[in-house]
Structures are given as C-alpha cells and as structure tokens.
Write a protein of this length. Structure first.
Length: 178
C-alpha cells in the first residue's frame, strides 16, 4: 500500500505540520522513534547520517547528536524531551545555547493506531512566522520533514517485512511438514 502523506504550511503560519501513514504497527513505529539503535538507521532528511552523543528519553532528558550533511557539514543538535506517552505521543524542544544550530522549535509527534497501521502527525511550532519561513528557506525544513518521515516509513516497512519473513517457514520446511 502506498504511503499517504501530507504537508500543511497554510493552517498556521508559525507551524509545519506533516502527516504520514505507515503500514506498520504503532508499537514498532514508536520504538523506531524512541530507540537510538533504530534512530541510527533513518533519522534526518535524505543524505544525512547522525552520531548520538547522549540519549535520555524521559521528561527533562536530553538527546545530543550531530547530523552529518551530504555536503560534509556537521550540524550540532539538542533535543529536550518534555512529554513521553508510549506509544501515543512525544513532545520535545529542539535547540539550546550557542553550541547548537540556531534552530528553535517545539515538536509534537502523535502516533495514532489505525487498525494495525500507524498515522503520525508531526507539528513543528516556531517562535514566529518569520522564523518558520527562515528555516524553510535556509534549511528546507518543510522538505526535510517529508524526507524524514519517508525514511522512517522505509525503515519500519523493511522491519515489518523482516518480521513477516522470520515468521514464515521457508519452502523446505513447508514441504517437510506436508
């Protein structure tokens, strides 16, 4: 099934709202978003990788990481978690002091179970419409969110397929039991 996705830049001039449906169970999608061993495989827009220095998933906890851009530039990042409601919601603040990229926003991620599939709604709220527009222009934040969710979709789809493959007996095993 093709992924259903949308990007809303019109309903609130201070926000970027991305929605995507995943052909994977909510628990798996939530785990992929909250476990550094999963994050290492998909976090960020196309062409980016990242290195995690610390990860503390709890209200008040901090995730420090560096995103390595395809242009060779490193982007220092800090996320401070405000709310964690497994497997339904994560709220965090991106940004910090002078030691990270000058990108500040509040992110709310909703994980909705839709009959064994998952719908994620990501809402990035910026201090002002001008700041949102700057980040779209300088960092391509709108395109980045779409790519970010597409990479997550690819990762959880492959994980789901691997799970299904591991649950299916191979042809030789089927023949032996026939």
């Amino acid at each position: 099934m093709a992924a259903k996705s949308s990007l809303d830049l019109d309903s609130d001039p201070r926000s970027i709202i991305g929605v995507r449906e995943f052909d994977a169970p909510r628990d798996l999608v939530f785990a992929a978003w909250t476990d550094p061993k999963h994050l290492a495989h998909w976090w960020g827009p196309n062409g980016f990788t990242h290195t995690t220095m610390s990860f503390d998933l709890r209200p008040g906890g901090v995730w420090r990481f560096v995103m390595h851009g395809p242009d060779g530039r490193d982007y220092q990042n800090r996320i401070t978690f405000e709310e964690i409601v497994p497997p339904k919601r994560i709220v965090y603040r991106h940004g910090g002091d002078d030691d990270v990229e000058p990108v500040h926003f509040k992110q709310t991620v909703i994980f909705e179970d839709i009959g064994g599939r998952t719908r994620i709604t990501c809402r990035s709220d910026f201090p002002s419409a001008a700041e949102r527009d700057r980040l779209i222009k300088e960092y391509r934040a709108d395109t980045g969110l779409e790519q970010h969710l597409a990479r997550l979709d690819n990762y959880v789809s492959n994980s789901t397929n691997r799970r299904r493959d591991n649950e299916q007996p191979d042809a030789a095993t089927k023949e032996q039991h026939a």
